[in-house]
Ligand binder design. Sequence first.
Ligand code: PMV
Length: 377
Amino acid sequence: MGQNKENFANSQSSSPETTGQVSWQSPANIALVKYWGKYPGQLPMNSSLSFSLKESLVRVYINYKPSVGSQAGLQQFVFNGLPNDDFRLRIARYLTDLEVHFPFLRQLALFIATESTFPHSAGIASSAAAFSALALCLCELEAKLAGHPLAVNTKGYTGKYPADFGEAFVQKASFIARLGSGSACRSVEGGFVCWGEDEKIVGSSDEYAVGLADSAVNPKFLTLRDAVLIVDDKIKKVSSSQGHALMATHPFRETRIEQAGANMDALLKALQAGDEAAFFRVIENEALSLHSLMMSSDPGYILMKPNTIALLEKIVEYRTWSDVNIGFTMDAGPNIHLIYFTRDYAKVKALIEQELAPLCSGKRWIDDSMGNGPEKI
Ligand code: PMV
């Protein structure tokens, strides 16, 4: 699917001579408590919690050179080896908006290439991974241009993961990623990540995401896997921006904010206690509530397809008779994220291949698991 870095770098060789390159890869994340509804400035109506994936990645390569006259800003944008006008316009606007945080952008010409390891519109938000990787590139570029030693952590070695670059760097990258796509701020770290001020999470903020401390999570939850069952791979009929906007006047808005808070409390307790039944109860409640909110908005939208329902029934039924603990979550689309533990991999893979994949579009599903977060490439 994704080209390797060498091929990819070659695909950019048509861009004019540049003076430097920064590149990062970031994972997609799957929300367990959903961010749904926002205030101006891309601030969340409720706090959310996700985990970062391992295999579903976006890589961003920025080549840059000093601009001459009017040639500042985004000069070229390539997605998976091809120009993409929709993305180019979105990224160009984002970069212009970021000039207040990164004045150096006014003096640079940028040539950006991105590639993803998973298909676009497969039920995994590529925008979260892309804006996270882009934000990390820009933060590195800022440090580079200012002549700051960046890649040295407290132990004195050159870093590869965001944590190696220090807390301030990671926070800024998360803040910058948030401005591109809210959920992108959670893709700047690995493991479980929380976005939104919550009194139970030390250091949490509406402005950027923070990772959950190891001590807050029973180790078995670090072995979670996510099988993405692709029911439909067409572009979503309602964008998440439209969905967030519908929440501004939604009749259940206040109740949703309360519900998300209660689900966050319950999920944090379940993670700490190692309570699998409570964990699945909360994440399924969040997924079904998100879809109910879309159905009861004005106008209302049905995002599930007949096979979404068929698959959900099969998953719940399997859990009742087998000795395997599985559950589901969904984003604002028809595809299903089947969540389970690595210890059950063989059994769940057999279930998917025999019972679930036949209900997927072209029998397609993505085999993923919890990952460690972005990497400098
Ligand atoms: O970051 P956005 O604006 O694409 O919104 C993401 C919304 C959900 O994926 C439905 C939930 C979430 O928290 O990721």
